[in-house]
Design a protein around this ligand. Sequence first.
Ligand SMILES: [Zn+2]
Ligand SMILES: [Zn+2]
Length: 358
Amino acid sequence: MKTQAAIAFSADEELKIEEVDLADPGPGEVRVMVEACGVCRSDLSALEGKETVQFPVVLGHEGAGIVEAIGQGVQSLKEGDRVILSWTPACGVCSGCLRGEVHLCDAVNMTTEGRGPLTLGRQPLDRFMALGAFSQHVVVPEAMAVAVNSSLNAVHSCLIGCGVTTGFGAAVNTAAIRWGERVAIFGCGGVGLAAIQGARVAGAAQIIAVDPIPQRRDAALELGATSALEPALAVKTILGDTQGGVDAAIECVGNPEVMADAFNVIRPGGRCVVVGLPAYTEMLTIPAIMLLQEKSITGSIYGSANPAVDFQKIASLGDNKQLLFEPLVDKIRPFTEINEGFAEMREGSLVRVVLTFS
Ligand SMILES: [Zn+2]
Ligand SMILES: [Zn+2]
């Protein structure tokens, strides 16, 4: 079929919406009509040439929509199902999947190297995270479209496809925050605000948010942070206020200096979790001796979540207002205004721009 997709032809060039060819779903695949897709920071990194994508590429990996057609043998979905797109293929046969860690599936990849159902004339198009959801339709394996029964609208539910699961899961799964703990969250964009809510839902007693932008600190306080600090004074203030450090710190910026700050504010035996996406070339420096205080540092991808199970649970928290989605979206734009949306993300003060397709 023909559909409309926003194509990035090279780094730092404006996206162009073009009519493209999308193959019918093959065995085990489904076609989803995309209703909404968030503009995530990693789309911006990819556009800036910091991630492995092959131009021309269709970005977009935080989408929600409705199943429109199913290929042969599809068992988990039917036409009309409301789905959230997932960027782990959850192949089911690699060692990660067999261990039950589908977020570490070997098949997770930023690039498809142009292989797949999407072409512009004869030119193959890459799809970021094998989704390419800045498009009116996508064709994906059934495991990458997760049916969710929820009263959330697509503008909110699409965030579960990346930012909310990444942040919320980093707090509840990777950092495994327990009730009564003290937590610091560095970076209060979409992912950081979801991590704050994860800490709140997990029962943290103290949640210290750190961000340079006043509006984001306000949003953090609204969503459950118990205090909010500017970065310059954060390490000293946190160490002083907590008499030796927090139980867990989560970095949601992707900056090695901030990662080191997050590591430096945990108590002996504390956990530091890095969620932010750095560029491939960046290195992290921390005082090695601190590891002998049994401080740990670990990364977190996709909130250590299993989308097939966790998307529904997160949506249910949203349905019941335990997890608030409204403050996570500060701009809704029609798909045709995608370049304006990218400009706003680049400018940096907004939490999330969501594009709608209709
Ligand atoms: Zn993302
Ligand atoms: Zn796998």
